[in-house]
Design a protein around this ligand. Structure first.
Ligand code: COA
Length: 290
């Protein structure tokens, strides 16, 4: 869905939206396409790509903030549709930090031996939780899903997580009485541009590498300006591929990092992931792109 469809509803323009957040278009789920279908489709692709049989999956994690279906959680439904009948299944709620939070959880489950293969999905049907006439959010969010498979390996491809939360700022991104997401945009922008470079540096230190060693920088796709501020603060050189998925996908919450990773298929080497958003929550780690 292009900006021209949304702009008239919020007294905006294609030019304003591009300039303020870099978005040119975003995806909307079809009316009959629910969050479970989206998450399952992404998980199936990830399993096929990893060559892992769904029966061999021991845990399914779904990071999401937009589940409004009849079932209380999404993950058991996804596990059922995948045919992962003996898998533990749970949703993980850390909003737009959900993917790196869930990745750290999957990493810990595999390291401890509590799980073998873990399917980790970030999935959002943001259409269900936004107000198409809210000037502050209607243009920003999109629907999407992305997934990875985490499993035992000779060499660990997931670096130490740096994570945290500041609940004192939870009012900046919250649901109203009707369950619609409301956002204090400028305050969130200020918070994000200060927290992302700091968390990113700490994740690089924890992984024992510097920004110059990175092949890719894949922050949560919240706003292209936030990505640019962070990339500049980290001093990323031209050899580092910076994810800009937001231009065509919008902000897809917990799905944005795995979707951006998929868009960079073919890029190999260390990638820095940084998630941040409602909570306020944040998490970052360096991963080795396969
Ligand atoms: N279209 C056109 N004009 C708009 C508008 C819209 N959709 N929304 C606000 N404006 C106007 C305002 O009225 C204001 O006009 P004024 O200067 O004449 O008073 C001006 O644009 C600036 O408004 P402001 O709310 O300060 O916008 P902004 O520059 O902060 O941009 C966001 C808005 C949402 C793009 C920006 O705040 C943002 O990206 N915040 C972070 C959001 C985010 O990343 N959230 C996800 C975290 S997971």
């Amino acid at each position: 869905m292009g900006n021209e469809t949304i702009a008239p509803l919020i007294d905006s323009s294609d030019e304003w939206i591009r300039r303020r957040c870099g978005i040119e278009s975003r995806r909307r789920a079809a009316p009959d396409e629910d969050l479970v279908m989206m998450a399952t489709a992404a998980a199936s692709k990830a399993l096929a790509g990893a060559g892992v049989d769904p029966h061999d999956v021991s845990a399914v994690l779904v990071a999401t903030m937009s589940h409004r279906g009849r079932a209380t959680t999404v993950a058991p439904l996804v596990a059922d549709l995948l045919g992962s009948s003996s898998a533990a299944a749970m949703d993980l709620g850390a909003a737009c930090a959900g993917f790196p939070y869930a990745l750290a959880t999957a990493d810990a489950l595999v390291r401890s031996g509590a799980a073998g293969y873990v399917v980790l999905v970030g999935a959002e049907r943001m259409t269900d939780i936004i107000d198409e006439r809210d000037r502050g959010t209607a243009f920003l969010f999109g629907d999407g899903a992305g997934a990875v498979v985490v499993g035992p390996a000779q060499e660990c491809g997931i670096g130490p997580v740096i994570w945290g939360a500041d609940g004192s700022g939870s009012e900046l991104l919250r649901y109203d009485e009707a369950g619609i997401l409301r956002m204090a945009g400028p305050e969130v922008f200020r918070w994000a541009t200060s927290v992302v470079p700091d968390v990113a540096r700490r994740a690089l230190d924890a992984a024992g590498i510097s920004a110059g060693d990175l092949a890719a920088f894949i922050p949560h796709q919240a706003n292209l300006r936030i990505t640019s501020v962070a990339a500049k603060a980290l001093g990323l050189g031209p050899h580092v591929t910076v994810a800009t998925d937001i231009v065509t996908n919008g902000n897809t919450g917990a799905a944005s990092i795995p979707q951006a990773m998929a868009a960079l298929a073919g890029t190999t080497g260390p990638a820095l992931l940084v998630g941040f958003g409602a909570g306020l929550s944040y998490a970052a780690q360096v991963v080795e792109l396969p």
